[in-house]
Write a protein that binds this ligand. Sequence first.
Ligand SMILES: [Zn+2]
Length: 488
Amino acid sequence: MALRGLDSTHAIDVASLPVESDALRKIPQALALRYDILSVSSDGNQLTVIVPDPDESVTLEKIRFSTGMHVRALGAPREAIRARLNSIYDQPVRLRNSGVVLSESPAVTLANDIMRDAVRRNASDVHIEPCASGGRVRQRIDGILHCSKAIEEEVYAQVVSRLKLLAGMDIADKRQPQDGRYNIEIAGRSFDARVSSVPTIAGEKLAIRLLADHASSPQLDQLNIPAKHYDDFKRVCAGPHGFIVAAGPTGSGKTTTLYAALGQRDATSENLCSVEDPIEVRMPGVAQVQVNVRAGLTFASALRAFLRQDPNVIMVGEMRDHETAAVAASASLSGQLVLTTLHSNDAPGAIERLKELGVKRRTLAVGLTAVVAQRLVRALCKRCRKARSIAKDGAREFRITEGATVFTSVGCGDCAGTGYAGRLALFEILFVDDVIREAISSDAPRLSLSTISKQRGFEPMLQHGLQRVMAGETTLEELRRVLTIGYA
Ligand SMILES: [Zn+2]
C-alpha cells in the first residue's frame, strides 16, 4: 500500500522501502540474489518488484515463470537493491567471474547448524531463547530438555530473524506472538518445522517442533501394551462402533496409540476419517483433515462434516470443548467407532472429564468402550545400566520387596551420557463392561468408579511401570518423574 505512489518517475529510496514478507517469499532467495530482485508487495495476482533494469525482459520472464504472477517492475540502482537484499537475507554476496558466489553469514550458518544438530540427535523440539549472555539452544530428546549450544549476543537476533524468515513469519514484528512453518531437508530426510515465537521481556523466544514427513504409522503390537490387555484392546479397536479415549498429558504418546488403532482398520472396505491438529503421521487410505481455526475449520465442524459422509471410524485428535465431545459421543451410538484423546491424569479421571465437558451420563455409559491412559518414560540404555538392590525407603515408597533387584542409569558413549536411550509407554486400560457401565450411568463418585474398576481387573499405570522397572527397562526415578506416586 505504501507503494501506491511509487512510479518510475520518482527515485525510490530502496534502503527504507517497506517490504512485505509475503511478497518477499514469492521469489526464491537464490533467484532474488542472482538477478538482484527486491520483491516488495503483492496485490492479488500482481507482484511489484524493484530491479536494476525494469525493461530487461529476461529477468522479468524468470520472475513470471517462478511466481506465476503478473509483474510490475520498477527500477533502482543495482548497488542499492543488493545492499537491501543482503540486509534482508543476511548474506554478503561476492561476484566472481561470471557467476555469483554466496558465502553464508555466521547467523545463517548457525541457524543451519542448530537445525541439523537437532535432527541428528532426534530432538522433537528445539527452543531458542534469550539469556543473560545472549541466547541458548535447548533440544527436547526423549521428552527431556537438554542445553545444546550458547549463542553470542551479537548474532542472537539474526538467528531468530533467519528462522522466522524461513518459516514465513513477519521478521519486522517482534512484539506479537507468531507462528509459521517450513520444510527442511537434512541428510536426505524431510521434516516439517513448526516455528512459534513469543516476545519475552529479554527478547524473542522461538520454539520449533520437528515432525518427520516420513514417519510411518505405528503398529499396535509395538506399543508395549501390557500382555494381559493386548487382545482385549485389539478387539475393541476392531469393533464396528464404540468410543475409545486415549488419556494423558501432552507428549504422552496418546496420538500414537490412536494411529495404531486406526492402522488396524481396513482402509479399503471402510471409510476412515480423522481431524487433527497437527497431523503428525500421514495414514494411507485415511481422510485426514488439518484443523484451521482461522478458516473456520474446527474439530467440531470437521466432525459434523465427516458424519454426513457415511464414516466407519472417526478419529478426533483432541477433545477439549463441549460441542466436539457431545457430537463425538453421540456418533458412537449411531454405528461409528470414535477414537479421541483427552487431557486427563488417569483412566477413571477421563470419564469424569467427559462428564465435565457435558457428555450425558447415559450416552457415555452406552457408547464408551475403553479408556487408555498412558505416559512415556525413558528407556534405560542397555549397555550401561547397572543393577542394584532396592533400599528400604524406595521399597516402602513403591510397596515392593526390600532388596529386590532394580536397575539404575549410568551413562556411556552410546547414550550420550544420559543413561537412557529411547522411550517406552506405560499404560492403564479401563474396559467398560456392564458393571462399570452401570456405575457410569448412576453417576457414581470418582472413588467408587476407580474401586469398581479395580474389582473388574483394572490395573493402575504404576503396576505396569513397576513391571517395566523389574524387567530392567526403566528406573524408579522415571516413574517418580511421570507419575504421582502415593496410595490412598
Ligand atoms: Zn549408555
